[in-house]
Design a protein around this ligand. Structure first.
Ligand code: ZN
Ligand code: ZN
Length: 396
């Protein structure tokens, strides 16, 4: 049994780059991945997979039966791009103004198709099934939740789930696999502070929503520092403040938009409870009122210990001891978290940055691009993780 796929994946290099560059040139926003999913579906059909299309609008689910029966391993790739104007001279730069693959999901699709190629070649040796999930709308609108709600992931239901994200702040080729909390839960916070507008020269006849908001912003900064246990983790960031219409008009309302990032549900509840009390208290004290709308985006990515060990062993064999490591958990969020509700799961990071080549702009930057030499590593890693799990299960 081949548990490495390294040499074979290197043989796919030009194909992987061709897939990735074509997708990069034709990025599609969340739930609009029509061209992308068409390419994915055709490729998987040609490889001999049972393919379902139109899952959660533009998702693709594909099943490969091994030579013998056994458990089902799910591998997930996301497909969507972002509403960003690309700043690049590359031949494969986005052909669509205002839309760009700035998170590396073009690479995820290419690596997924690469892994699908490798596993199809070795299907006869596998004892179990491989379930590929090419998911729409990771960046917004809940693509993973929509894939789960579609019911398409229950036939067969996966026994274990792996996903992989390219990561530009890590050097190319480095692999991060670790059990436990890995990426944070995210909520969107919408706050409206309501006062009473009026003339800028007659403040005593108004309730100045902007002055109240100043107090609110200051008070909010005390929640994480004074109410959250220092050993726990939380981030409360206000990213947008909108209020006022003219220099001589006192604003009636101010709208704030922010995000809350946590790992523990109890910490999340503490912050939200304090947020409500402070909003009500501070605004009431100044004669105003506040409305808070909390929109949960996604839960935390918590890597299962057993799944993580399988992934770690596969990575060690593929890239060697020195290239496999750990990082402090990230406060970014990923809707891969949703799949943890379905089966034990592990999310892996593959370093894709290369400062010498100028390929180290952060994710979601208009200059984002990554070192394509990691594409075979990613394809081989996905295939190796799935194969190793099936081998472990067959041996027990
Ligand atoms: Zn992203
Ligand atoms: Zn992403």
């Amino acid at each position: 049994m081949n548990l490495s796929y390294r040499a074979e994946a290197e043989g796919l290099f030009s194909q992987l780059v061709a897939w990735r560059r074509d997708l990069h040139r034709h990025p599609e926003l969340s739930f609009q991945e029509v061209r992308t999913s068409g390419i994915v579906a055709r490729t998987l059909l040609d490889l001999g997979y049972e393919v379902r299309t139109g899952v959660a609008q533009t998702g693709v689910v594909a099943l490969l039966h091994g030579g013998r029966p056994g458990p089902t391993v799910m591998l997930r790739a996301d497909m969507d791009a972002l509403p960003i104007q690309e700043s690049s001279e590359a031949s494969y730069a986005s052909a669509h103004p205002g839309v760009m693959h700035a998170c590396g999901h073009d690479g995820h699709v290419a690596m997924g198709l690469g892994a699908a190629t490798l596993l199809a070649r070795h299907a006869a040796e596998l004892a179990g099934n491989i379930l590929f999930v090419f998911q729409p709308a990771e960046e917004r609108d809940g693509g993973a939740a929509a894939m789960l709600a579609s019911g398409a992931l229950h036939d067969p239901k996966p026994d274990i789930i792996f996903g992989l994200h390219l990561w530009n702040t890590l050097p190319a080729g480095r692999v991060i696999v670790q059990a436990g909390p890995f990426m944070a839960a995210a909520d969107v916070l919408r706050i409206v502070v309501r006062g009473r507008g009026g003339h800028g020269g007659l403040p005593h006849e108004t309730i100045d929503a902007i002055a109240v908001t100043g107090q609110v912003l200051t008070a909010l900064q005390t929640i994480v520092s004074r109410n959250v246990n220092p050993h726990d983790t939380a981030v409360l960031s206000i990213g947008m403040v909108h209020g006022g219409t003219a220099f001589n008009v006192i604003a009636e309302t101010v709208e704030l938009l922010g995000t809350l990032r946590t790992f523990e549900p109890t910490v999340r509840e503490t912050v939200l409870a304090r947020l409500r009390v402070l909003l009500d208290g501070v605004t009431a004290g100044m004669g105003a009122e506040a409305e808070l709308i909390v929109e949960p985006l996604t839960g935390p990515v918590i890597n299962d210990p057993t799944a993580s060990e399988t992934a770690r062993l596969a990575a060690l064999q593929l890239v060697g001891n020195a290239a496999v490591g750990r990082i402090t958990p990230l406060m970014v969020s990923e809707d891969f978290a949703e799949y943890g509700k379905l089966a034990p799961s592990c999310f892996i990071l593959l370093g894709s940055g290369n400062a010498e080549l100028g390929l180290d702009a952060p994710h979601h930057s208009p200059r984002f691009d990554f070192d394509e030499r990691v594409l075979p590593t990613g394809a081989a890693l996905l295939a190796a993780v799935a194969t190793r799990y099936l081998v472990e299960k067959a041996g027990t």
